[in-house]
Ligand binder design. Structure first.
Ligand SMILES: [Zn+2]
Length: 242
């Protein structure tokens, strides 16, 4: 795990334990609260985060956010049992229903221990912390329950897995809604975009992803730069057109 500063108030923790991609956890320091975006793969992966929170941010309330239900974003939740854990309403419902199944399928990736631990504060449209300059809003795309976070002070948009390089994973069939979400991102006056598996994305990446989604929907032919991209694209294609 690597720790870097991405802005005055935000640290990213980059985990390399998963084979094909790195995974990012973000810790944003605000006036009276700390926001932790996603919890990676289990108790052990959260030990360094817990230590920083205890050593450095002892006096501030920690709010955990789950960007969506995928296991690599929620398995560390049980390290934050006493905290508020925010997600979309659907995220909690899907997790509640599929926790065991996700657990069994991806057991190999558990770091430390994983206990079923659901988000305990859910919303449908958006949730705001005006004193902290934080807005959390529904942004269906990669999955039906995906949410995003905008930091009004630093102008950073955190998009979960809705954007990813070199290629996105599509796990929700409603491509038009995905495109709508990406268009809505353009309305935020961001200077940087951070994603669950990719750092420092730009407006250009939004436009390219919209183009990819349109092409995917219409079954257009693609040229890919790598075997990995071809593989994920084929997965996306099968998922959308089955
Ligand atoms: Zn995901």
């Amino acid at each position: 795990m690597k720790n870097e500063k991405i802005s005055k108030n935000c640290d990213v923790f980059i985990y390399n334990e998963l084979k094909e991609y790195t995974t990012n956890i973000f810790l944003i320091e605000k006036k009276s609260k700390i926001f932790l975006i996603d919890t990676f793969c289990g108790s052990e992966s959260m030990i360094p985060i817990k230590k920083i929170l205890a050593d450095k941010y002892n006096s501030k309330e920690v709010i955990v956010i789950n960007t969506h239900f995928h296991w690599d974003h929620v398995w560390g939740n049980s390290s934050f049992k006493k905290n508020i854990i925010i997600s979309h309403k659907l995220c909690r419902e899907i997790l509640n229903e599929h926790w065991e199944e996700q657990f069994k399928k991806n057991e190999n990736y558990i770091l430390g221990s994983v206990e079923k631990s659901l988000p305990n504060l859910t919303f449908k449209g958006s949730i705001n912390f005006p004193d902290e300059g934080i807005e959390i809003f529904y942004s269906p795309g990669h999955t039906v329950d995906s949410i995003s976070i905008f930091d009004y002070d630093e102008k950073i948009l955190y998009v979960g897995d809705n954007l990813e390089k070199p290629i996105i994973y599509v796990e929700h069939k409603d491509i038009d809604t995905y495109i709508q979400t990406l268009n809505a991102y353009l309305g935020y006056k961001f200077t940087k975009i951070m994603a669950g598996h990719t750092l420092n994305l730009t407006e250009k990446d939004i436009y390219e992803t919209i183009k990819y989604l349109n092409d995917l929907k219409n079954g257009n032919k693609f040229e890919f730069e790598s075997k990995y991209m071809r593989k994920i694209h084929q997965q996306n294609y099968r998922f959308i057109h089955k």
